[in-house]
Design a protein around this ligand. Structure first.
Ligand SMILES: N[C@@H](CCC(=O)N[C@@H](CS)C(=O)NCC(=O)O)C(=O)O
Length: 202
């Protein structure tokens, strides 16, 4: 049994649980609930990840590893799941990085409101984070739709987790507007067991 430091709201943790579910191996992960943010790291797995971030995975055959991209690659290898196929590995990794970048910007927007006192918040900086997300969504819409339509891989799982997080935390920004193709793809992908079983919750 491996131990996953996790929070049900985290899109990065969802990537890991989504991959494990797609591989039919979610019962190999024991979930260790963690909660926190940069200003409150006490209940985060600081021993397992000095950065104080989740997900972190305690393996049964070695020391803890962290960062969702590292964990997903490790579990894919361990489960023999094939979600990083050799024939298109650089595309999968780039799409996963794009999805992770959307999550990074979306989470910084949340932290700005949650961690920073109101009088020193900077709306332009928040909007600049949204601009990153909008550019990434436009790039996915224009360049990656045929990849998204192909066999399931980690790029797709990551994009779905990023879009689910936008619905969860930034629904008011209406990411679907002008991106009907991506919205239709997400509607289909969101019905997979790996997604319904890992819906974000507070
Ligand atoms: N690049 C990391 C990002 C992980 C991350 O930022 N996780 C958030 C939770 S959604 C976190 O742990 N935040 C706490 C912090 O930034 O101190 C990954 O892919 O795992």
């Amino acid at each position: 049994m491996m131990q996953l430091f996790d929070n049900p709201a985290s899109p990065y943790c969802r990537k890991v649980r989504g991959l494990a579910t797609e591989a039919g191996k979610s019962d190999e992960l024991e979930i260790a609930f963690s909660v926190g943010h940069p200003m409150a790291p006490e209940k985060m797995p600081l021993t397992q990840n000095p950065l104080g971030k989740i997900p972190a995975l305690v393996r049964d055959d070695g020391p803890a590893i962290y960062d969702s991209r590292v964990i997903c690659r490790y579990l894919d290898h361990r489960f023999g799941a094939g979600f990083y196929p050799d024939s298109r590995v650089w595309e999968v990794l780039t799409l996963e990085a794009t999805a992770d970048g959307i999550m990074d910007a979306a989470i910084l927007m949340v932290y700005e409101a949650r961690c920073r006192p109101e009088e020193i918040r900077y709306p332009d900086w928040v909007d600049a984070q949204w601009d990153k997300i909008a550019r990434a969504l436009d790039a996915i819409s224009s360049r990656w739709m045929s990849h998204l339509a192909g066999p399931v891989d980690m790029g797709q799982i990551a994009v779905a987790c990023a879009l689910g997080y936008l619905d969860f935390r930034h629904a008011d920004r209406d990411w679907r507007k002008g991106r009907e193709g991506l919205a239709a793809w997400f509607e289909g992908f969101a019905g997979r067991d790996s997604m319904t079983a890992t819906e974000p919750s507070a």
